[in-house]
Design a binder for this molecule. Structure first.
Ligand SMILES: Nc1ncnc2c1ncn2[C@@H]1O[C@H](COP(=O)(O)OP(=O)(O)O)[C@@H](O)[C@H]1O
Ligand SMILES: [Mg+2]
Length: 262
């Protein structure tokens, strides 16, 4: 681990060419994200959030600007070198889970290890350990269609974790989930962050952003606000409070934090 920030972008830009027209999706973003941070990226549809995440994840290349990941300038790397950095540094989670439909949960989680050249017995052991970590060891042989949305997203997180990354990038990970399932997923992400994993997640829900320690707001391809969250809500506490409310046991200590209806 380097001494400096985990992520450092300088005047990062991305333009898409559509026919003769150039669409500026990201108009010059400069910022740093430190080791262990939990950052929420917010902003209206089309403001450049996914473009930014794809650049951070090395899934796309900037048109201009510089990107240093854990001290290494990855801007000019070849496709293979970039893929290698990506595999050892970060995991990516998508709104639509992106699991292979014909593969079991275990095979889906093990997939990045196939690319990393890990032998089959070791792949299975490590994939199962990650499924255990997300509470799904007993679903290892289920296919995605045999799992709920929340369980599928947990499999996707286990897959993102299997290479032991320092950074998890998630683009609207709760976008396809109901309120309680979203809370459960956020409790898992907060637990990972407690254990030192840096998180950057896109969300358009303020209730979800409230679990982060820092919120970046995008508009028209730029960061228009960058603010710290004083005391982030704890998803596990909200789940417990909701359970108590449902059973009529006790009023939660701080009803202000319970604006969770969709
Ligand atoms: N592959 C693409 N080709 C052309 N334009 C794109 C492409 N992807 C995104 N854009 C445009 O870039 C802008 C930012 O998109 P995006 O990063 O997906 O926004 P967000 O994730 O905040 O909704 C939008 O104007 C969008 O239409
Ligand atoms: Mg998007």
């Amino acid at each position: 681990m380097s001494e400096g920030p985990l992520i450092q972008v300088t005047d990062l830009r991305r333009e898409y060419r559509v026919g003769e027209v150039s669409v500026p999706a990201l108009g010059g973003v400069s910022l740093e994200i430190g080791h262990g941070e939990f950052v929420a990226v917010m902003g209206p549809s089309g403001s450049g959030k996914s473009t930014f995440m794809n650049l951070l994840g090395g899934l796309d290349r900037p048109s201009a600007g510089r990107y240093r990941l854990d001290g290494e300038d990855v801007t000019g790397l070849s496709a293979d070198a970039l893929a290698a950095v990506r595999n050892r540094t970060l995991g990516f989670v998508f709104q639509s889970f992106n699991l292979l439909p014909r593969a079991s949960a275990l095979e889906n989680v093990a997939l990045p290890l196939v690319y990393a050249g890990v032998k089959v017995a070791e792949r299975q052991r490590r994939a199962l350990a990650q499924l255990e970590r997300v509470g799904l060891a007993d679903r290892a042989h289920h296919r995605p269609s045999q799992l709920s949305g929340g369980q599928q997203q947990r499999v996707a997180i286990a897959r993102a974790l299997v290479n032991d990354p320092r950074l998890i990038l998630a683009d609207e990970p709760t976008g396809a989930l109901d309120t309680l399932t979203s809370l459960e997923l956020m409790a898992l992400l907060q637990e990972l962050n407690d254990n030192g994993i840096t998180l950057v997640i896109v969300t358009h829900e303020h209730d979800i952003a409230a679990f982060a320690r820092r919120v970046l707001s995008f508009r028209d391809g730029r960061v228009v606000e960058d603010r710290a969250v004083g005391a982030p809500a704890r998803a596990a506490d909200l789940i417990r409070d909701q359970g108590q409310c449902a059973r009529g046991e006790e009023t939660p200590s701080d009803p202000e934090t319970l604006h969770l209806a969709p």
